[in-house]
Design a protein around this ligand. Structure first.
Ligand SMILES: Cc1cc2nc3c(=O)[nH]c(=O)nc-3n(C[C@H](O)[C@H](O)[C@H](O)COP(=O)(O)OP(=O)(O)OC[C@H]3O[C@@H](n4cnc5c(N)ncnc54)[C@H](O)[C@@H]3O)c2cc1C
Length: 306
């Protein structure tokens, strides 16, 4: 990327969106649950939808690459960081509840939304009580757990399309599938979404959330940095079981390790690099393929330069 073009972009953007917070060279390890990742050329915290729209318009005008960051809980960011602009959605996080509907900004934390739904005596979002992403990231990934999935509760999604139009897309048109949505293929930024829940018994909702939290604590290495399940569940198998059967539980490349508690999670025991995690993932894929013939596909998204 041309430095001069970059600085012209920077100047135009700071003039057009004075409320947005801009940080140069921000270390991405501070914004990912893996605690891994080099610097972003420019890290932007838009104060609202208009800032984001202005920023994306200018990126297109100056031909500068960009990345949309939710809560950074499904990412492996390269050690050399991210070229161009990272837009953090964290300040687009307003929440309003109207009857059985919740409208929330893309940056709203999913765990908080699940709690707010419970407080409002609404059922349907209990499954999300332990998923540490943002609403936007969860819609993009069609996040799910314990039989629940975003596709079942999303009524509509307000999307800033790549051609700069804003559309309220009905849930049925989101092309939700296993850990995928139309955003993966067609791009666009989730600005906000409406979730449709149902009235429920507050005690039953709280009990279900407690039960799921205990199951997570018992089975998942929540005490370590990770990005959740490293690989997608292959049709008819469980990634963790395949990895365990390949004798890889506890296998490590430096501080990057296949969790002893749950082989489906790669954990960072402290100071792991993206290169080490990648090497570990490649070994796991190769050995599982050799052992069982199954090809594991990463669920974690690889971003930036490695
Ligand atoms: C301990 C732990 C447990 C987990 N458990 C689960 C689980 O049970 N089920 C599950 O499905 N996942 C789980 N995850 C993974 C992760 O939380 C989900 O994939 C989540 O949906 C990612 O959301 P995020 O906001 O962190 O997205 P990020 O990791 O920031 O980004 C993920 C992708 O979404 C895109 N994106 C983010 N925001 C937007 C937006 N507003 N518009 C368009 N694109 C956007 C990003 O560009 C990126 O491609 C877990 C992770 C951890 C660390």
């Amino acid at each position: 990327m041309d430095r001069e073009v970059f600085f012209r972009f920077l100047q135009s953007f700071s003039e057009a969106a004075p409320e947005a917070e801009l940080r140069l060279g921000e270390p991405m390890r501070e914004h990912t649950s893996f605690h891994i990742g080099g610097g972003a050329d420019l890290f932007v915290l838009p104060s609202g939808e208009e800032d984001l729209r202005t920023g994306l318009r200018l990126c297109r005008a100056y031909d500068i690459p960009f990345f949309l960051l939710g809560n950074g809980t499904n990412l492996l960011v390269g050690d050399r960081g991210i070229r161009g602009v990272v837009f953090s959605m964290s300040r687009l996080s307003q929440v309003s509840i109207n009857g059985t509907r919740i409208r929330a900004g893309a940056g709203a934390p999913l765990i908080g939304l699940a709690r707010q739904a419970a407080q409002a005596q609404l059922t349907g979002l209990e499954f999300a009580g332990g998923i540490p992403g943002s609403l936007g990231g969860a819609v993009m990934m069609n996040a799910g757990a314990y039989g629940g999935e975003m596709s079942r509760v999303v009524r509509s999604v307000r999307i800033l399309e790549e051609d700069d139009t804003v559309r309220e897309v009905p849930g049925e048109e989101m092309a939700f599938g296993y850990r995928t949505s139309r955003l993966m293929t067609q791009g666009g930024a989730v600005l906000s979404a409406v979730l449709e829940l149902a009235p429920g018994d507050p005690e039953a909702i709280r009990a279900r959330m407690r039960e799921l939290a205990l199951q997570r604590q018992a089975k998942q290495p929540l005490e370590h940095y990770s990005a959740g399940s490293t690989f997608k569940r292959p049709e008819g198998y469980f990634a963790g079981k395949l990895i365990q059967d390949a004798g890889l539980k506890g296998y490590a490349v430096g501080p990057a390790q296949v969790s002893e508690k749950h082989a489906g999670f790669v954990i960072n025991r402290g100071g792991a690099t993206a290169a080490q995690v990648l090497e570990l993932m490649e070994t796991v894929r190769a050995r599982v393929k050799e052992q069982s013939g199954v090809t594991l596909e990463p669920e974690v998204r690889l971003v930036g330069e490695f």
